[in-house]
Design a binder for this molecule. Structure first.
Ligand code: AMP
Length: 184
């Protein structure tokens, strides 16, 4: 199982910017744009993800709207497999299935095309990916959606896990979870 050593983790973490009190007071926003515009850091991350997942025999990468697309699409290309967007409600044009999840106030919904994971196997092997797991609500809904669409979510991958929120706790019941970086 390919993981990063602590020196490599510190390097990647140093390329991510903290924005205190964004988008609201009390939230420490992890700004990954400073990793993305750093060619060395972005390549380092993508090389790591490719090395980790090249022997997983995956059929698709499913990226969560929207920052999951940034890592998911190039990873799919590197692995020579398809990319599937899991989008917020109302964005996908063809027949969809959806999964609602609770927010602090109200709910949100993620959707996927009903035929997104069709392939020559009975059950496609899918890696789900997003930039960050906080409460885990979005990721849990997305994992449910992948399984409802007839595929098998074989792992959920995040660049950052805000471990103090324990969002991965419930998700781990549904699928293995890998976080490149864990943040207190
Ligand atoms: P959650 O459903 O609470 O796990 O929220 C996950 C989504 O919200 C991810 O797609 C993140 O992009 C975004 N998010 C939540 N908290 C933060 C944070 N502190 N910094 C950056 N993005 C965040």
């Amino acid at each position: 199982m390919v993981t990063l050593n602590s020196v490599d983790k510190e390097y990647l973490l140093s390329t991510i910017r903290d924005i205190p009190d964004f988008p609201q007071p009390g939230i420490n926003f992890k700004d990954i744009t400073t990793l993305l515009n750093n060619a060395k850091a972005f390549k380092f991350l993508m090389d790591h993800l490719e090395a980790r997942y090249k022997n997983y025999d995956l059929d698709f990468i499913a990226g969560i709207d929207s920052r999951g697309f940034i890592f998911g699409a190039p990873l799919a290309d590197r692995l020579g497999i398809g990319f599937v967007p899991i989008r917020k409600q109302g964005k996908l044009p063809y027949t969809t299935i959806g999964e609602k999840y609770s927010l602090e106030y109200g709910f949100d919904e993620v959707e996927v095309h009903i035929d997104a994971f069709n392939c020559d196997k009975e059950k496609a092997k899918v890696l789900m990916i997003d930039d960050l797991i906080a409460t885990g609500g979005t990721a849990k809904a997305a994992a449910n959606l992948i399984n409802q669409a007839g595929a098998n979510c074989v792992e959920a991958c995040f660049l950052i896990n805000l471990i103090f929120l324990e969002g991965d706790k419930d998700l781990k019941i549904k699928t293995p979870v890998y976080s490149v970086l864990e943040v207190d």
